[in-house]
Design a protein around this ligand. Structure first.
Ligand SMILES: Cc1cc2nc3c(=O)[nH]c(=O)nc-3n(C[C@H](O)[C@H](O)[C@H](O)COP(=O)(O)OP(=O)(O)OC[C@H]3O[C@@H](n4cnc5c(N)ncnc54)[C@H](O)[C@@H]3O)c2cc1C
Length: 359
């Protein structure tokens, strides 16, 4: 059987490996064994059919997910508004990503998927094959590589250059809720001069509060200054009110966490022997809260593309690349319209950079 190597064990890589197994392949999964970041993410309702298809819908339980009751925002005006939802039912789930991805990994282990805990340094080509070069182990020969390495996008390069569209970074804290405090599982987004704030409940009585801004627009010294971050929270309208209603002190002891959140796209997903999926193919602004669902979808599509290509049929791969790129274009247009609907801070660099036509 041909050797198919999946790089990365986030949602894209794991969805891809699971799909390959279901198509009768035995992929090798390569990803560093490390801590999975928990950053208060919301899994869109759009993920449900993909989870169902992978036999993973049942992994959403009290430990891993909280049904999200809606999204509220202060955006384009001072009023707090409820964003239009998908209709009846949950508009998604507030997830404990560490627990959910650990549960997904356990199903792959039960599927018999072999996993190597290594960091890929680069991909190279030898006649007729690819070589996955590890920073911490011997090289691995592969007939096909599916790059699901997230923002690292190991396989990007001259054939598939990355295009960075902004410098967004998330600067956040995860705070514990008191036992006797009642909290509604909903997300709250608030536009401010330097970007936007996001707040969401997490399973296990925790709350994530984060500022999304451009790295060059954050105040100097913020990285080590929780008090400065807390002072910025206190200047918000709805976020600060919700924090006090939950008896949360944003300046309480603990660290600030940072995560790269810039929009980075590639225009080529498929090249000989390589397919990209998830953030490795395009990482989008978290404002859309769709990156995880997109990672699941594209992991499945990339697996089906490889199954086709190994059988000499490129139809699924061509369709996947076209659907993905059309989805990115539609997303960028919708995102530009959303940023364009906020005029209160038009003189500020964060907003000036995002006003105008989509890139
Ligand atoms: C702050 C923030 C908030 C977000 N909020 C949301 C949200 O609310 N809802 C939502 O849907 N999306 C959200 N997103 C986006 C979402 O997190 C991503 O789109 C999603 O995680 C992409 O999944 P992935 O599997 O492609 O990549 P990742 O989850 O990044 O997984 C990448 C995998 O590749 C591995 N890897 C990396 N480098 C190497 C290497 N050199 N060698 C081998 N393996 C490697 C990693 O260890 C990991 O296993 C947010 C993103 C950020 C930054």
């Amino acid at each position: 059987m041909r050797q198919v190597v999946v790089l990365g064990a986030g949602m894209a890589g794991m969805a891809c490996a699971r799909s390959l197994v279901r198509h009768g392949h035995r992929p090798l999964l390569v990803a560093p064994r490390g801590d999975i970041a928990n950053r208060g993410e919301t899994l869109s309702f759009r993920a449900a059919p993909h989870l169902e298809r992978l036999g993973w819908l049942g992994l959403l339980n009290d430990e891993t997910a909280l049904a999200c009751q809606g999204r509220y925002s202060v955006w384009g005006g001072a009023a707090l508004r409820r964003a239009p939802g998908p209709g009846e039912g949950a508009s998604g789930w507030h997830i404990d990503r560490r627990r959910l991805e650990t549960a997904m990994a356990a199903t792959l282990e039960a599927d018999g998927v072999e996993r190597i805990g290594g960091t890929v340094r680069q991909l190279s080509r030898s006649p007729g094959r690819l070589v996955v070069e590890l920073a911490d182990g011997p090289p691995i020969a592969a007939d096909f590589v599916i790059d699901c390495s997230g923002r690292a996008s190991i396989s990007a390069g001259a054939e598939a250059p990355l295009r960075r569209l902004d410098r967004m970074v998330a600067c956040f804290r995860v705070l514990p809720l008191d036992e006797d405090v009642e909290a509604i599982p909903a997300t709250l987004v608030e536009a401010v001069a330097e970007g936007w704030w996001y707040m969401a409940l997490m399973p296990g009585r925790r709350v994530m509060i984060g500022l999304f801004s451009d790295s060059d627009l954050l105040p100097a010294g913020l990285r080590h200054d929780v008090a400065l971050w807390a002072a910025m929270v206190s200047r918000t309208q709805a976020i600060s009110l919700r924090l006090s209603s939950l008896s949360l002190d944003p300046a309480m002891a603990g660290d600030l966490q940072f995560a790269a959140a810039s929009t980075v796209t590639t225009s080529r997903l498929v090249e000989p022997g390589i397919i990209r999926a998830g953030d490795a193919a395009s990482a989008l602004d978290p404002l859309g809260a769709n990156g995880l669902a997109a990672a699941l979808w594209s992991g499945i599509q990339a697996a089906e593309s490889v199954v086709g290509l190994l059988a000499g049929n490129d139809a699924a791969a061509l369709r996947y690349e076209q659907d993905f790129l059309e989805g990115i274009a539609a997303h960028l247009t919708a995102q530009a319209a959303l940023y364009g609907s906020e005029h209160r801070f038009s003189a500020m660099p964060f907003w000036q950079r995002r006003h105008g036509s989509p890139p």
